[in-house]
Design a binder for this molecule. Structure first.
Ligand code: ACO
Length: 323
């Protein structure tokens, strides 16, 4: 059977850093409050000329370089984003053009903060079907552009950035010793719209709108659903938390990450945490965290890695893979 094996990973961050002290000059907040409630210390914010597709292109180039891929090697690009440069064309086709790729197919997928896990699941299914061979899976966002910078309860939480992985279809044995994606589990429940949404859009208000959130409700839901779907991924493979080398959760909030890991029985030293540096970069958060942990030598070939994320919709999912 085929497996989708990770050949490379890359990331890109905007140049400008915004610290909690910088934010305290804009809204009534403090470094103490933000660090205690969220673990976030700083985030990068896109400036002039930096967009979702420029950041996504940079991250994709880095992943291609690590994989040793040329533009003509790639036949699938899936971009997870809720903050595309334009309503259309998709950021994926813009990234495709910027990378000089003229064959294959490129499309966007929108599942907010769970977007990257949804994109991995989607690309994996394309690769396993045999229809495509080499995929770039990208999470890229500029949430700073949909934040209400007068609302302290949301504007302190998010940052901008992009991350990408290069996935290749490779024959495997069909057991959990294989490298590559071992299982993906994705879910959604549209009844929770009011808890996390953007109050604008092309078909409703003809404006871009701003992110609105009931923080406490999202927190409660996130911990419950994350633990459920990660358990489903373990069950689907017969593997357990003890087998895991690295847990790479969506980086929304330190307290959500710690609580989820604890409920799942995952040791704190196996958890990759980057939220302090990036804030919540939505669909970019998981590949950004992956990129950091590969670059600093924590994640190595053969390691068992669990990705998970939850986002607006609600949407949530997990992907278990052997690096
Ligand atoms: N600085 C200072 N005070 C603040 C700030 C701020 N930035 N934001 C809110 N407050 C105040 C509130 O006004 C409130 O004051 P009051 O008691 O006088 O009314 C007080 O702090 C407590 O507010 P709560 O909203 O009850 O604070 P809570 O402890 O729930 O923490 C937080 C808020 C951090 C948003 C938390 O609910 C949370 O982490 N939720 C998860 C949300 C999340 O991560 N969303 C990301 C998108 S979804 C996803 O990626 C999973």
């Amino acid at each position: 059977m085929l497996r989708s094996v990770v050949r490379g990973v890359g990331s890109a961050l905007p140049k400008k850093t915004l610290t909690n002290d910088d934010l305290a000059k804009i809204v009534d907040t403090s470094d103490d409050w933000i660090v205690q409630r969220t673990g976030i210390e700083r985030r990068q914010i896109a400036g002039e000329g930096e967009t979702t597709s420029t950041l996504g292109t940079k991250a994709a180039r880095a992943a291609m370089a690590q994989a040793g891929w040329a533009p003509e090697d790639i036949d699938l690009i899936v971009v997870a984003t809720s903050t595309p440069d334009n309503t259309f064309p998709s950021s994926a086709t813009q990234i495709q053009a910027a990378l000089g790729i003229t064959q294959g197919v490129a499309f966007d997928l929108q599942a907010v903060c769970a977007g990257f896990v949804f994109a991995v699941a989607t690309a994996d299914k394309f690769l396993l079907s045999g229809s495509h061979r080499r995929a770039l899976v990208i999470g890229a966002e500029t949430f700073s552009r949909i934040l209400d910078w007068n609302d302290r309860s949301t504007c302190v939480l998010f940052g901008d950035g992009a991350g990408a992985i290069a996935l290749e279809a490779v024959p495997g044995r069909g057991d959990t010793r294989d490298r590559g994606v071992l299982t993906t589990q994705i879910r959604s429940d549209g009844r929770h719209r009011a808890k996390l949404f953007v109050d604008g859009g092309p078909s409703s208000t003809q404006t871009v709108g701003h992110l609105r959130m009931e923080g406490k409700e999202v927190f409660r839901f996130a911990v419950g659903q994350v633990t459920g779907v990660v358990k489903d991924a373990f069950e689907a493979t017969g593997l357990t938390a003890e087998d895991l080398d690295w847990f790479v959760p969506h980086q929304a909030n330190r307290r959500i990450i710690d609580m989820s890991a604890q409920k799942l029985g995952i040791a704190p030293e196996k958890v990759v945490v980057t939220v302090q540096d990036h804030g919540n970069t939505s669909a970019a958060s998981v590949p950004l965290a992956l990129s950091v942990a590969v670059a600093d030598g924590r994640i190595k070939p053969g390691h068992l890695v669990m990705l998970e994320a939850v986002g607006g919709g609600f949407t949530w999912g997990a992907a278990l893979l052997r690096w």
